[in-house]
Design a protein around this ligand. Structure first.
Ligand SMILES: [Zn+2]
Length: 432
C-alpha cells in the first residue's frame, strides 16, 4: 500500500458534455495492488492509514497517464522531416525507413527507441501502428511487455501501392496476424489490432482477410487511416468505385465498430461522420501531423455534433514528437484558427480529457484508466518543472486549477516530467 500526496487534476466527467475539471490541491490517493482504493483530502486519507508509505509529489501536478491513439512504431527515426505533403512524405521518408524493419536487429533497436519515446512523454497506453514485418511486431510487443506499457498493436498490411518489400497477400496477412494475436492478444497489457495501412494500399481481398482476422481473434481492435489528405482521398475514390465513400471502404467489410479507431478524418463528409457515429467508432485526431504535412484543419465541432468519439494521436513520425501536451496545444491552436462557427473553443479541461480519458474510452479502457478516481488503476504522470522554469513560475502563480492546467499544456515538455506510473508501477525512462 502507498499513499500518493499530490495536486491532482483529471477529467472523469466529459467537458464536451458539460463536465468540469476535477482538481484536488492536496489529495491523498491510497494505491493498493496498482489500483486507487481511496481518494480524498490528504489529511483524511493519511489519518485512516497512518503507517503506510507516503510518496510526496506536491511539487508540480499529477495527471492521469497520457493515452496516444495513433503512433507509428517504425517511424521514430524519421520524426521531423518537414516540408512534404502526405504522399510525398510516405514515398521519400517513411516507407524507405519502414523497409529497414525487415532486419530484426534493426527492428529491435527501433522498438527500444520507440518505447523510450512513449514513456519519456508520459504516455502509458497507446494504440500503435506496427510494422509490415511480423518479427518486428513481435519485437515491439516484447519490448512493450518489458517496459510495462499498455500497447495495442498489430501487423500492418498492404498489397499495392507501396515498395514491394512492404507488400503481402491476403493469405499471408491472415496467417501472420492470427499467429501474432495468438502470442500476444490478452497477454499482460498487450492486445491485437487488425491494421490495414489504408485502403489506398489495401484492396478488397486484403480487407476481407482483415475482416477474417477480426472475426477469428475475439475482441481484436481495428485501426487504419482515413481522409487525411485531398490527393489520398481522390485516389481512394478512384480505386474503390463501388464504395460510397472512404469510410465505406472499411465499413463494407464490416471492419467498423466500437473497437475501431481511424486516424485523421480531416476531410470527412457528413455522411461519413454519420456512419462513424452509428458504428461507435473513434477518430484519432493528430494535430501536429496534420499541420506538418499540410493535411488540413480538423473539423472537431462537426465530429462532436455528429456524436463521433475523438481522442488524440501523436502520429509519430509525421507528428512532431511523442508529447500529447504538444498535441493538445496544437489541437487548441487549430480550433482557434478555425474560429467562428467552424472552430470549437477548447479549455484546458478539454485538452486534458482528449489526452487522457477520451483516449482510454476510445481504446475500451475507460473502466480501468483515464482518470485517477477510486477503482481506476494508477496510471499517472508527474509534471514537475525545474525551479524557476517558466512553467514552474506559471504553476506557482496560476489563478486557478484550469489556469494551472493551461500552463501545463502551453509550456510543458517531456523534460518537465519527473515520474510515470502504469498500474502503480513506476516506469523507468531516460531522465528518471
Ligand atoms: Zn498515421
Amino acid at each position: 500500500m502507498t499513499v500518493f500526496r499530490a495536486r491532482v487534476l483529471d477529467t472523469p466527467d466529459d467537458p464536451f458534455t458539460g463536465g468540469l475539471l476535477r482538481s484536488d490541491d492536496d489529495a491523498g490517493l491510497l494505491v493498493v495492488g496498482g489500483v486507487v482504493l481511496e481518494r480524498g483530502d490528504f489529511a483524511t486519507v493519511r489519518s485512516a492509514h497512518p503507517d503506510e508509505e507516503v510518496i510526496d509529489l506536491r511539487e508540480g501536478v499529477l495527471l492521469p497517464g497520457f493515452v496516444d491513439t495513433h503512433v507509428h512504431f517504425p517511424q521514430v527515426r524519421v520524426i521531423g522531416a518537414l516540408g512534404m505533403p502526405l504522399l510525398e512524405w510516405l514515398e521519400r521518408c517513411a516507407l524507405p525507413e519502414e523497409c529497414h524493419l525487415e532486419e530484426p536487429a534493426y527492428a529491435q533497436q527501433v522498438a527500444a527507441e520507440f518505447l523510450s519515446g512513449l514513456t519519456s512523454a508520459g504516455t502509458t497506453a497507446a494504440l500503435v501502428f506496427g510494422s509490415h514485418f511480423a518479427p518486428a511486431v513481435d519485437l515491439l510487443f516484447t519490448e512493450a511487455a518489458r517496459v510495462g506499457l499498455r500497447v495495442t498493436s498489430g501487423l500492418v498490411v498492404s498489397d499495392r501501392g507501396l515498395p514491394d518489400a512492404l507488400l503481402t497477400t491476403p493469405e499471408r496477412a491472415y496467417d501472420e496476424a492470427v499467429a501474432l494475436a495468438g502470442r500476444w492478444h490478452g497477454s499482460g497489457h498487450a492486445r491485437y489490432a487488425v491494421t490495414p495501412r489504408f485502403s489506398f494500399s489495401a484492396g478488397d481481398e486484403l480487407l476481407d482477410a482483415c475482416a477474417s482476422v477480426a472475426k477469428d481473434v475475439p475482441d481484436a481492435w481495428f485501426t487504419s487511416h482515413v481522409n487525411e489528405n485531398p490527393a489520398e482521398v481522390a485516389e481512394v475514390a478512384r480505386l474503390f468505385t463501388e464504395a460510397e465513400h472512404y469510410v465505406d471502404t472499411y465499413d463494407r467489410h464490416g471492419l467498423l465498430g466500437e473497437r475501431s479507431v481511424l486516424a485523421h478524418n480531416v476531410h470527412a463528409t457528413d455522411q461519413e461522420l454519420s456512419v462513424l457515429a452509428a458504428r461507435g467508432a473513434s477518430v484519432a485526431h493528430c494535430p501536429t501531423s496534420n499541420a506538418a504535412l499540410g493535411s488540413g484543419l480538423f473539423p472537431l465541432r462537426r465530429h462532436v455534433d455528429h456524436g463521433v468519439r475523438v481522442a488524440l494521436g501523436s502520429d509519430v513520425g509525421a507528428g512532431t514528437g511523442f508529447s500529447l501536451l504538444k498535441e493538445g496545444l496544437q489541437a487548441y491552436f487549430v480550433q482557434s484558427l478555425l474560429g467562428g462557427v467552424s472552430g470549437m473553443p477548447l479549455s484546458s479541461a478539454h485538452l486534458l480529457h482528449l489526452a487522457t480519458r477520451a483516449g482510454a474510452l476510445a481504446l475500451g479502457l475507460g473502466d480501468r484508466i483515464g482518470d485517477l478516481g477510486v477503482g481506476k488503476e494508477f496510471d499517472a504522470v508527474w509534471v514537475r518543472p525545474l525551479p524557476e522554469d517558466p512553467l514552474d513560475v506559471g504553476l506557482r502563480h496560476a489563478a486557478c486549477a484550469e489556469d494551472a492546467l493551461a500552463k501545463v499544456f502551453a509550456l510543458g515538455t517531456d523534460s518537465d516530467l519527473a515520474g510515470v506510473w502504469v498500474g502503480g508501477e513506476r516506469v523507468k525512462f531516460a531522465r528518471n
